[in-house]
Design a protein around this ligand. Structure first.
Ligand code: DX5
Ligand code: ZN
Length: 224
């Protein structure tokens, strides 16, 4: 049975001067999750925002706030994101030496736990933490910036991760370069959660966002 397609717009591509209104707009436009790309200027060559932005947008949506921590170390900040209202907290396998401990800490706070793999990271890193995971995030670009093209070698990695996961209750999320053209390829390989920034926020109105979200959903569902 295929897992439901989940569309998670990344607010990295939204208007930074209007986070609340933008989150309200994509919520009304029918997104499933809100993807929050946290960057520290150390783990990735860009700085975005911290737990305060999660706290600020929380009142604007009841949907899952899916926080992608492109930071190292991540452990000192997990509690801040959990208390700010994050529902899903994803850490990078490359962000520190104790991935199992980070995932245990997230679960202990009652949150869903994800691990993210950069394009060059081998899928075997998830083998000993499968029982801690709710999601595997496969980066299809090198993290730091939106608007990049999908790295096609990660499509094969998606297939291999799907095989490792088997019928466990674990989502596979794709982040980077997701469009109506690339979405079917990653869904056919086994992904079901699609992060999209530039493909969704290229419009301005709720109707624009609704059209892009639905086009992406339809393209993905056709490939299941
Ligand atoms: C990279 C970011 C991007 C972003 C999606 O660090 O994680 O992947 O969310 O950007 P688009 O959809 O514009 O490629
Ligand atoms: Zn992301």
């Amino acid at each position: 049975m295929a897992r439901p397609i989940i569309i998670a717009p990344s607010i990295l591509a939204s208007d930074f001067a209007r986070f609340g209104e933008e989150v309200k707009a994509i919520d009304e436009a029918g997104c499933d999750w809100i993807h929050v790309d946290v960057m520290d200027g150390h783990f990735v060559p860009n700085i975005t925002f911290g737990p305060q932005v999660v706290r600020a947008i929380r009142p604007y949506t009841d949907k899952i706030i899916d926080t992608h921590l492109m930071i190292s170390p991540a452990d000192p900040y997990l509690e801040d994101f959990a208390q700010a209202g994050a529902d899903m907290i994803t850490v990078h396998a490359e962000a520190g030496p104790h991935l199992d401990r980070s995932l245990q800490a997230i679960k202990a706070m009652g949150k869903k736990a994800g691990v993210s793999l950069n394009p060059a990271t081998h899928e075997s890193v998830i083998e000993y933490v499968l029982d801690r995971l709710d999601m595997v995030l496969l980066m299809t670009v090198n993290p730091g910036f939106g608007g990049q093209s999908l790295i096609s070698s990660v499509i094969e990695k998606t297939r291999r991760v799907k095989k490792i996961i088997g019928d466990r209750d674990i989502d596979i999320q794709i982040d980077g370069g997701v469009t109506v053209e690339t979405a079917p390829k990653v869904v056919e390989a086994g992904a079901n959660v699609l992060v999209a920034g530039s493909a969704i926020f290229k419009g301005e109105s709720v109707d624009d966002y609704r059209r892009e979200i639905e086009n992406l959903r339809k393209a993905a569902q056709k490939a299941q």
